[in-house]
Design a binder for this molecule. Structure first.
Ligand code: AGP
Length: 609
């Protein structure tokens, strides 16, 4: 979703700003813009499409000036267009903004009555016009921004500059992240530290309600009550720059192939011999786990699918009643808080607005404890949760999540195991069996990846398809859902998942020779039932792509393309089979010629509702 970069320095900052935007490209956007102050004038350039278009528009000549802001916009209010692209200006001010100002229409009408003319359809232009309206009264940019912020409802991560105050910029955060990157005699701001890695690894994360006055040699931060506060400086080290594709054609392919490594990394130090290391969830994890009686999981998209998978494991392995809900539903539903419940959020980014809102609501509603499983250290969700477990997937750049999902599943197995052991619902014999299965995961994924060329061959049959169904049962149903989501996200084929037993209650009407049906069928108790479901589809001339165990015992059938998958422990089968569905989606997208890493309309991190 939208990205922000800002800088105050002695040197010209436009190249730093443009490089920052390039590094935020993975988040998804539809237009970009830059504004730099030079000789008390704002030079603003905006363009539709990719950052490269903006770079072309800026041209060969570096925009001179040591104070500037830049932005990639993902349209919310108003279509993608040059006029709606940020930065927006009003009087001497320019602004970039992530988030949504919910009461912008009221404010806009008020400002129109006072004679202000708007040139865009955005809430952001209203925001900057509001700051400008207070400028004369308040005397300076900082106070005018503080005043304007009191009027707005909604979410913002924002940076404002004033051509008449070229010695500083003002940044503010509420609901949308902002970090300050520290330099020597120069300072920077961004919506994600990644934007600033080429110039600094030292960051201050603004907290909710903070406003920062940032100049070259000084940073003053005010909290939501207006008090000056000290925020910690964090060293964020990246071993090597993960934003490089290397030998791979796409980041998605690279990230699929990294899964053996990230699974091993995520397990390191978290299982020992035959045991789960409960303390990896926090020093007080044992006390928390022994006190809880049930689990509530809330997440969005792929992370929600991880939650559905976890419910299977919590209930079947550890006997813990578990409930899973989409965050955007949970936050507005009048739900009942059950006592002694552990509230678990799952998120790759840790910045998903709905998930973040959910954890805040959970605290208000009196959930006993909160725990998040997240891939980004220092993210908002991590900072706001009581217990934190970091997946170690490394930076995921492709918008469609692959390796982050896999590490979420690994982490959830560790959580289920740890809670089960602490509560005594998992025996030590079962514990050592589960740990042994987890140790087999990386080699099993390796074997699944070896099917790459077979899956690529199958994918060619999807070139003219517009729809697809995914079927699974039990633990494989969430995997079918994730397979369908992956296919639709990156190939734009309409795909739906069904629990195979549900087929005859309606969706079977869709089956004909044009409807590919993808089935995930590892060896488990439901195999015979699944075989019947497969036969029902074949009898109606549906073409089936079955990935499964030979134990499925299918008879030769021209409607069935069967790909044999090596036997894999039942516990980890969903994770392994998911890798195959990731490969399928990837190759279908290539055949369809889509922008695999940056699919249309999507954003990597959904920081607005
Ligand atoms: C996955 O491929 C998605 N693009 C999307 O569904 C994502 O999982 C969802 O937006 C949640 O993101 P999070 O894990 O960062 O909270």
């Amino acid at each position: 979703m939208c990205g922000i970069v800002g800088a105050i320095a002695q040197r010209d900052v436009s190249d730093i700003l443009l490089e920052g935007l390039r590094r935020l490209e993975y988040r998804g956007y539809d237009s970009a813009g830059i504004a730099v102050v030079y000789n008390n004038e704002i030079q603003r350039i905006r363009s539709l499409g990719k950052v490269n278009e903006l770079v072309k528009a800026v041209g060969e000549k570096t925009l001179a000036g040591g104070l500037g802001i830049a932005h990639t916009r993902w349209a919310t209010h108003g279509k993608p267009s040059v006029n709606n692209a940020h930065p927006h200006v009003a009087g001497p001010l320019a602004i970039v903004h992530n988030g949504i100002i919910e009461n912008y229409i009221d404010i806009k009408n008020r400002l129109i009555e006072k004679g202000h003319q708007f040139t865009s359809e955005t809430d952001t232009e209203v925001f900057v016009a509001l700051v400008n309206s207070y400028l004369e009264q308040e005397g300076n940019l900082l106070n005018a921004t503080k005043r304007a912020i009191k009027d707005v409802k909604g979410a913002y991560g924002t940076v404002v500059i004033d051509k008449n105050e070229p010695e500083h910029l003002v940044a503010a955060r509420s609901g949308s992240p902002i970090v300050i990157g520290l330099g020597i005699g120069e300072n920077f701001v961004a919506s994600d530290p990644v934007a600033l890695f080429p110039i600094t690894h030292r960051f201050i994360y603004l907290e909710e309600g903070d406003i920062a006055d940032v100049s070259r040699f000084k940073i003053v931060i005010y909290d939501k009550n207006g008090n000056v506060v000290n925020r910690a400086v964090n060293e964020v080290n990246i071993e090597n720059d993960e934003a490089v594709k290397g030998e791979y054609r796409h980041f998605m392919q690279k990230e699929i192939y990294e899964q053996t490594k990230v699974v091993t990394d995520t397990l390191a130090g978290r299982i020992s011999d035959e045991h789960f290391v409960v303390e990896c969830f926090g020093t007080n994890a044992r006390d928390v786990f022994s006190s809880i009686e049930r689990v509530k999981i809330v997440a969005c998209g792929t992370s929600y699918h991880a939650g559905l998978m976890a419910r299977e494991w919590f209930e079947s392995l550890a006997g813990i009643p578990t409930d899973v809900e989409i965050a955007s539903e949970f936050r507005y539903r009048k739900s009942i808080t059950q006592k002694n419940t552990l509230f678990v959020t799952l998120s790759q980014s840790g910045e998903t607005a709905d998930t973040l809102a959910a954890v805040r609501i959970a605290k208000q509603k009196g959930y006993a404890h909160t725990l998040c499983i997240c891939n980004v250290p220092g993210s908002s969700l991590v900072r706001e949760s009581e217990l934190v477990f970091l997946t170690r997937a490394g930076r995921e750049i492709c918008v469609a999540s692959t390796k982050a999902f896999t590490t979420q599943l690994v982490s959830l197995l560790l959580l289920v195991g740890s809670i089960g052991v602490v509560k005594g619902t998992i025996s030590s014999e079962d514990e050592s069996g589960y740990v042994a299965s987890l140790r087999k995961l990386a080699p099993s994924i390796e074997k699944a990846l070896a099917l790459d060329s077979k899956v690529e061959e199958i994918s060619r049959e999807f070139v003219n398809k517009r729809n697809a169904l995914f079927l699974g049962r039990g633990a494989m149903y969430p995997i079918a859902m994730e397979g369908a989501l992956k296919l639709k996200e990156i190939s734009y084929i309409h795909a739906e998942a069904y629990a195979a037993g549900e087929l005859k209650h309606g969706p079977i009407a869709l089956i004909d020779a044009d409807m590919p049906v993808i089935v995930v069928a590892p060896n488990n108790d439901l195999l015979a039932k699944l075989r019947s479901n497969i036969e029902e589809v074949s009898a109606r001339r549906g073409i089936l792509y079955v990935f499964g165990t030979p134990k499925l015992g299918l008879t030769k059938d021209p409607n069935i393309r069967f790909t044999e998958i090596d036997e894999v422990d039942e516990l980890i089968a969903p994770i392994v089979y998911n890798v195959i569905l990731q490969l399928l989606a990837y190759y279908v997208a290539i055949i369809k010629g889509t922008d695999v890493d940056k699919p249309r309309n999507l954003a990597k991190s959904v920081t607005v509702e």
